[in-house]
Design a protein around this ligand. Sequence first.
Ligand code: FAD
Length: 239
Amino acid sequence: MPGRIGVSEQEASVWRTATLTEIRRETPRVATFRFAVPGWPGHVPGQHLMLRLTAGDGYVAQRHYSIASAPDDSGHIELTLDHVDGGEVSGWFHTVARVGDRVELRGPLSGFFAWPGDRPALLIGAGSGVVPLMSMVRHHRARGLSLPLRMLVSARSPEDLIYARELGPETTAVFTRSAPPGVPVGRMTSAHLAPLLAEQPPGGWEAYVCGSNSFAEHASRLLVQAGQPVDRIRIERFG
Ligand SMILES: Cc1cc2nc3c(=O)[nH]c(=O)nc-3n(C[C@H](O)[C@H](O)[C@H](O)COP(=O)(O)OP(=O)(O)OC[C@H]3O[C@@H](n4cnc5c(N)ncnc54)[C@H](O)[C@@H]3O)c2cc1C
């Protein structure tokens, strides 16, 4: 579904050339790729785009990626990619791509998993599912919004926690394989959600869930069991 919020379908459907300007390592398997995108029409936190790579022989590969950066006027956007084993596109980014390389982007896409900063937001993600949620956190900070925003993220270990240096008191991390001393290891449970849902800000939470298919199902089930209305749960699946 093309742009919707703020951007016309026509603008969102144009392929634009993007030049890679910076590569930043986030974790051993994950890096952020910053692009200069002349003519980028802007986005709302939570939206994603379509990325197209074309090889010398004309072979084309397209994948969806969430936008990690907050909307701004810099003419740049950032994507954060997990290195999937044997992955064609993520493998190219992690092993071949260099500053100055060009790719094509089309978007922004999907108005549904978007948070313009207009309602209390409860963000729940696992692994690279934190990427669109981080765009929301960054937007909240950049605009100095006072609306409640909380994030619950699941990672395998502290070393695998994406954006660890940037996370603040709005974030609670859950570790599934190894954790810092004193922090329990295990899956996200209703006990992690209960204190957040108990806060119930005026108007209630809008919940945004992002990750693999199995994580999205697990987290949305926990939310419903804890009393979050189904029509106030928005889900983005990467799987
Ligand atoms: C809306 C949306 C937003 C997305 N945003 C992001 C994002 O911000 N960051 C990000 O890293 N990815 C994101 N993805 C996933 C991304 O689109 C690709 O699927 C991913 O990068 C793998 O592509 P590839 O070409 O490297 O692997 P492929 O060559 O397509 O796949 C290689 C192998 O890995 C398996 N595989 C494919 N994808 C995954 C996966 N995600 N996890 C585990 N195994 C997989 C395949 O079954 C296959 O066996 C998003 C997906 C969607 C639908």
